[in-house]
Design a protein around this ligand. Structure first.
Ligand code: PHE
Length: 468
C-alpha cells in the first residue's frame, strides 16, 4: 500500500464517528467485571468438567494450570496492553503497533476475527441449549433420575432443526440487543449485574453438592491425578482450553483492553481475572463431580455431561428441580458475558473501519453468525452426515478454534509483542508510562512473553498434532 493511500486512510478514520467518539468501560471496576465476564463462560461449566473427566482428572487440571500461567496469562497481558496502547479494535491494533507498515501483522487480527466467528457458531448453539434448559427445568420436563429419559429430552432438542435454529437465533437476538447499547451501557452494565448473581448461585449449588453422602468420591476424582491419560493430544487440549478459558489468542482481550482505563494496573488485574476464572472452574467442578459420584453416575460422559447426566443428578436430590433451574440459569449468565466479548470483536472492527456505525455493524455480525452458526446448529440433525476429517461442523469449529487458531494466534501475539513491538514498549505500557513501580514483575513478564510462551507453544503444537 502506498504512503499516500495510508495517509488518506488515516484521514478517513479520523472523520469516522465510531473512531472519533470512541469510548470504553466507564469505570475500572466495570472493566474488570466485563473482562472476567468474558473469561467465565461455558468453558468453566461445560468444557472444563468433561475435558477433565476424559483426560485423567487432576492430571489434566495440573497441565491446564501450568498452561494458564505460562501461556494463557502472558498472552492476556500482551493483548490487553497492546489494545490499551493502540486504543483500537483487534485488527487495527496490530496495524497501528506494527514497526513497519509492510509487515502483515494485522493478519493476526484477521485470524482472530475468524476464530471469533467459528467459536460463536458453536457457542451460540450450546448457549441456546442452556437457555432452552432453563425453560425445560422450570417446566419440570427434565426431572427424571433415569439418564435414558434425560438423554431423550436432549436428543429431541438437538435433533430438531427447528428448535436448534430457534434457540440459537433467540440467543443471537438477545446478544445483539445488549451489544447495540454500547460498550459501557451494554456490556459493562450487563456483566456487572450477572457476575455476582452467578457466583451466589454457584456457591449455593456447591454447598448442596458437597454435603451429599458419598460426595468425597467426586473430590478424589478432581484431586487425584492419573497421569497415564496424558498424551500429547491431551496436553494440546489443555493448552487450547487455557486459551479458550481466558478468551485469548484471537483479539477479544485486545478489543477489551482498548476499553480499559489508562491507570489500571495490567499485570495485577489480569492475574485477578485469571484467578477468578480458575475459581469459577473449580467451583463448577465441585458443584458437578461430588453430586455425579454421590448418585453413582459416570463422570467421563463427554460433552453430554451437562445436558444428560446433570439433570438426572439434580432429579436424584431433594428439591432438585429448584437446584436445576438455578444451575442452568447461572450457566446462561456465564455464557452471556463470554458471548458479548466474542460479538464485540467483529462489531468493533466493522464499526471503526467502515462507516456503518455500531447498530448496522451489530446487525451484519448477527446475520453472518446466524448463517455460519446454522451449520453448527444443524450438526446433530440435517447436517449430521456432513463431515470434514470425520468431524461434524460443530466439532470441527470447536477443534479448529481451540486447538489450532487460538494457540497459533497466541504464538504470533507473543512473538509480535516480545520481539517486534519490543521490551521498551512493554515496559512503558505495563508501568502505565512510569506511574507504577513494578520493574521486577514486568521484567519477568517480558522474559516469559519473549521466550517461555512461544517455545512452549511451538513444542505443544508440534507434539499435539503428531508432527514430533
Ligand atoms: N472464555 C469463554 C469461556 O470460557 C469463551 C471465549 C473464548 C470467550 C474466546 C471469548 C473468546 O466460555
Amino acid at each position: 500500500m502506498s504512503v499516500q493511500n495510508d495517509a488518506q486512510k488515516e484521514q478517513e478514520k479520523l472523520i469516522n464517528p465510531a473512531v472519533l467518539q470512541r469510548t470504553g468501560f466507564a469505570t475500572a471496576l466495570g472493566a474488570v467485571f466485563a473482562t472476567i465476564g468474558s473469561a467465565v463462560g461455558l468453558g468453566n461449566i461445560w468444557k472444563f468438567p468433561y475435558l477433565a473427566g476424559a483426560n485423567g482428572g487432576a492430571a489434566f487440571i495440573i497441565v491446564y494450570l501450568i498452561s494458564t500461567l505460562m501461556v494463557g496469562l502472558p498472552v492476556m497481558v500482551a493483548e490487553i496492553m497492546m489494545g490499551r496502547e493502540a486504543r483500537a479494535n483487534a485488527i487495527e491494533t496490530m496495524r497501528k503497533l506494527s514497526p513497519s507498515k509492510s509487515q502483515p501483522w494485522w493478519l493476526i487480527g484477521v485470524s482472530g476475527a475468524l476464530a471469533a466467528f467459528l467459536i460463536m457458531a458453536f457457542y451460540t448453539e450450546v448457549s441456546g441449549w442452556v437457555f432452552a434448559y432453563v425453560f425445560k427445568s422450570i417446566s419440570g420436563s427434565l426431572l427424571s433420575t433415569d439418564p435414558e429419559v434425560t438423554s431423550q429430552a436432549y436428543a429431541s432438542l438437538v435433533t430438531s432443526p427447528f428448535q436448534s435454529l430457534l434457540w440459537q437465533w433467540i440467543v443471537l437476538a438477545l446478544m445483539s440487543l445488549i451489544i447495540i447499547r454500547g460498550v459501557s451501557k451494554g456490556i459493562e452494565a450487563t456483566t456487572k449485574r450477572l457476575l455476582p448473581l452467578l457466583l451466589v448461585l454457584l456457591v449455593i449449588i456447591d454447598v448442596r453438592s458437597l454435603t451429599l453422602p458419598g460426595a468425597s468420591e467426586g473430590l478424589r476424582f478432581l484431586f487425584n491425578p492419573d497421569f497415564s491419560k496424558l498424551t500429547g493430544a491431551a496436553i494440546l487440549t489443555a493448552v487450547g482450553l487455557a486459551f479458550f478459558k481466558l478468551s485469548v489468542g484471537m483479539g477479544t482481550m485486545t478489543t477489551y483492553g482498548s476499553y480499559w482505563k489508562d491507570n489500571q494496573n495490567i499485570p495485577s488485574t489480569t492475574a485477578r481475572v485469571m484467578l477468578s476464572d480458575l475459581a469459577v472452574s473449580m467451583l463448577a467442578g465441585l458443584a458437578i463431580f461430588p453430586a455425579v459420584f454421590a448418585f453413582g453416575f459416570e463422570p467421563s460422559a463427554g460433552p453430554s455431561l451437562l445436558f444428560i447426566t446433570i439433570p438426572s443428578v439434580f432429579a436424584s436430590m431433594p428439591l432438585g428441580n429448584i437446584f436445576m433451574v438455578l444451575f442452568f440459569l447461572l450457566t446462561s449468565f456465564a455464557a452471556t458475558g463470554a458471548m458479548l466479548s466474542l460479538f464485540e470483536v467483529p462489531v468493533a472492527f466493522l464499526a471503526e473501519s467502515t462507516k456503518m456505525g455500531r447498530v448496522k455493524a451489530t446487525v451484519v455480525t448477527a446475520v453472518l453468525l446466524a448463517l455460519i452458526g446454522s451449520t453448527a446448529a444443524l450438526s446433530s440433525s440435517t447436517m449430521a452426515d456432513f463431515t470434514i476429517f470425520g468431524k461434524t461442523m460443530f466439532d470441527l469449529y470447536d477443534f479448529v478454534s481451540s486447538n489450532l487458531l487460538l494457540p497459533i494466534g497466541g504464538l504470533f501475539i507473543s512473538i509480535f509483542a516480545g520481539w517486534f513491538w519490543g521490551a521498551d514498549n512493554i515496559r512503558k505500557a505495563l508501568s502505565n508510562h512510569g506511574m507504577l513501580k513494578n520493574d521486577l514483575v514486568v521484567t519477568g513478564l517480558i522474559v516469559i512473553i519473549k521466550f517461555v510462551t512461544p517455545i512452549l507453544l511451538i513444542v505443544v503444537l508440534l507434539n499435539g498434532l503428531g508432527i514430533v
